[in-house]
Design a protein around this ligand. Structure first.
Ligand code: BYC
Ligand code: FE
Ligand code: FE
Length: 471
């Protein structure tokens, strides 16, 4: 696999040998840059940002760190090298050679998966476009921009597949990916969470914690795909994704750490009185972001999910390394349904429960992070425990949508929900308060009052490095 770094579009897919494809992507490129300038980080396009850029897929040497103006970022197309003799890992075609071209009978389903995945990437950039101006430190501002440019590269990864494998409809889908807008009433992004406002840094950290983590699990499921180009591109995307998750998990962890310090400083133990984010507020935002992200896994019982697994297009999390049996036509999983105002449990076939299996793994991972935050609280001697709400809570997709539950999972009437909602999820008062403390702190080495500094900087640089040189 040769690496073409000096081409208009850096790539390791031998783009220069397919002139038609190269031309099509080079025609899309200016539209992408136009989109980036319009919908990317507002007010910071001319800054020099200390960014990492993917330059190969070699472990250890895949990234280069340097100052870059974001519109000049070298967005490239990088797929993991092909493994000879690879076979389809799950479903009805298990053991057959993987597909290097799109199998006709799965074309629509595949295109839909790729478009849905691709749509989330620019959506997140749009959601975060105003955050630069209220960054709590240059370190955090740089991390925001790093996440943004890499989500841009993830869009490139999906657009490459659309152009290369889906002909004219692929090119049309690629245009549409630049035309939808997060939160827009007429042309919204496809999935719920990607239309949610993310206008302050508490939401940014919870987004990178919970929403990017859905990305990790969905990408991992697609990395098991029998459509090999999709599997290979998702495998490499996961390498970049790790940093996004780090930003989210440590960002919330640093808020928890600072909140505990401020609580101890205050005579009433009130973090808000000290300009911090009190733990009950943090809990409400956890409730909100986590529940909207559970929706991203789809319904508990889903024929779409069964079809994708059966066709071999999507696997379970680490399908090859964690499981012995990959056909999944026997057995099932107990799933809760709401019937006549009561919870009833029914067995759903394994394939139909595939969304739920993936969600289970996601929940376990989220709980691990919450346990870590709780250790910080415990160590500071404060008695408070952050909790993930029940997976029934505040759902918009699946068996619990259209019903109401409290964070413990007890059913509520619509009236009870309306009365209590403001104590469960973020409310107008929280938003006003958070907006009031989100003041930029943009001197090297300085940090906003509501968050603790990180333990270390980026790429071996100190925290007080000038990660962003403002234009
Ligand atoms: N919002 O059969 P069902 C990331 C729709 S994040 C709105 O239960 P299925 C990233 C569904 O489309 C990872 N609609 O669901 C993170 C279907 O519609 P139709 C993104 C929703 O199909 C941070 C209907 O409801 N990647 O990378 O099994 C920053 C019935 O659904 C939602 C992927 O998602 C929702 N939340 O599963 C940047 C992977 N959920 O057919 C990036 C690709 C469901 O009735 N996508 N619906 O019109 C998929 O694998 C699947 O489409 C889903 C849904 C898992 C999303
Ligand atoms: Fe992404
Ligand atoms: Fe991400």
């Amino acid at each position: 696999m040769s690496i073409e770094l000096n081409e208009k579009i850096p790539n390791n897919v031998d783009l220069s040998t397919d002139k038609r494809l190269q031309r099509a992507l080079e025609n899309w490129q200016p539209n992408y840059i136009e989109w980036w300038k319009e919908m990317g980080p507002v007010g910071h396009q001319a800054d020099d940002v200390y960014l990492r850029t993917a330059i190969s897929v070699e472990t250890g040497g895949w990234a280069n760190f340097d100052y870059v103006k974001m519109p000049d970022y070298r967005w490239g197309i990088f797929l993991e090298p092909k493994t000879e003799g690879k076979t389809i890992g799950q479903g009805d075609h298990v053991g057959e050679p993987v597909w290097d071209e799109v199998p006709g009978e799965h074309r629509n389903a595949l295109r839909r998966l790729i478009v849905t995945q691709g749509d989330t990437e620019p959506a997140s950039v749009e959601q975060q476009k105003l955050l630069g101006d209220t960054a709590p430190s240059l370190y955090d501002m740089r991390n925001l921009f790093q996440v943004n440019v890499e989500e841009g590269r993830h869009l490139w990864a999906m657009v490459y597949l659309l152009h290369r494998y889906f002909g004219r409809d692929g090119r049309e889908e690629a245009e549409d990916l630049l035309a939808r807008r997060s939160g827009d009433e007429d042309k919204p992004r496809i999935l719920g969470a990607f239309n949610e406002p993310t206008d302050h840094w508490l939401s940014f950290f919870l987004f990178t914690m919970f929403t990017d983590r859905d990305g990790k699990y969905q990408l991992a499921a697609l990395a098991e795909s029998g459509f090999d180009p999709l599997a290979r591109t998702c495998t490499f995307m996961l390498t970049e994704e790790a940093h996004h998750l780090f930003v989210g998990e440590t960002g919330v962890g640093r808020i928890v750490e600072r909140t505990c310090e401020l609580m101890k400083k205050d005579k009433n133990g009130d973090a808000r009185a000290q300009g911090g984010i009190d733990l009950p507020t943090l809990q409400r935002y956890i409730n909100q972001w986590y529940s909207v992200c559970l929706d991203l896994f789809g319904g508990e019982s889903s024929s779409n999910a069964a079809d994708a697994f059966g066709a071999g297009l999507k696997g379970r999390y680490k399908e090859q390394s964690r499981f012995e049996e990959h056909v999944c036509l026997e057995g099932g999983r107990e799933i809760d349904f709401v019937e006549g105002g009561k919870i009833v449990t029914k067995e759903v076939s394994m394939r139909n429960a595939m969304n739920e299996y993936l969600r289970d793994d996601y929940i376990t991972d989220c709980q691990r992070a919450v346990d870590r935050w709780n250790k910080t609280i415990q160590k500071s001697g404060i008695r408070f425990e952050l909790k993930l709400p029940s997976s029934r809570f505040n759902r918009g997709i699946g068996n619990f949508a259209e019903h109401h539950f409290d964070p413990e999972g007890n059913m509520l009437t619509a009236e009870e929900w309306e009365l209590k909602k403001a104590s469960y999820v973020s409310n107008a008062d929280d938003e006003i308060y958070l907006a009031s403390i989100m003041k930029p702190c943009l001197e090297p080495g300085k940090i906003a009052n509501w968050i603790a500094p990180p333990r270390r900087g980026i790429n071996g640089q100190p925290f007080d490095y000038d990660y962003v040189r403002m234009a």
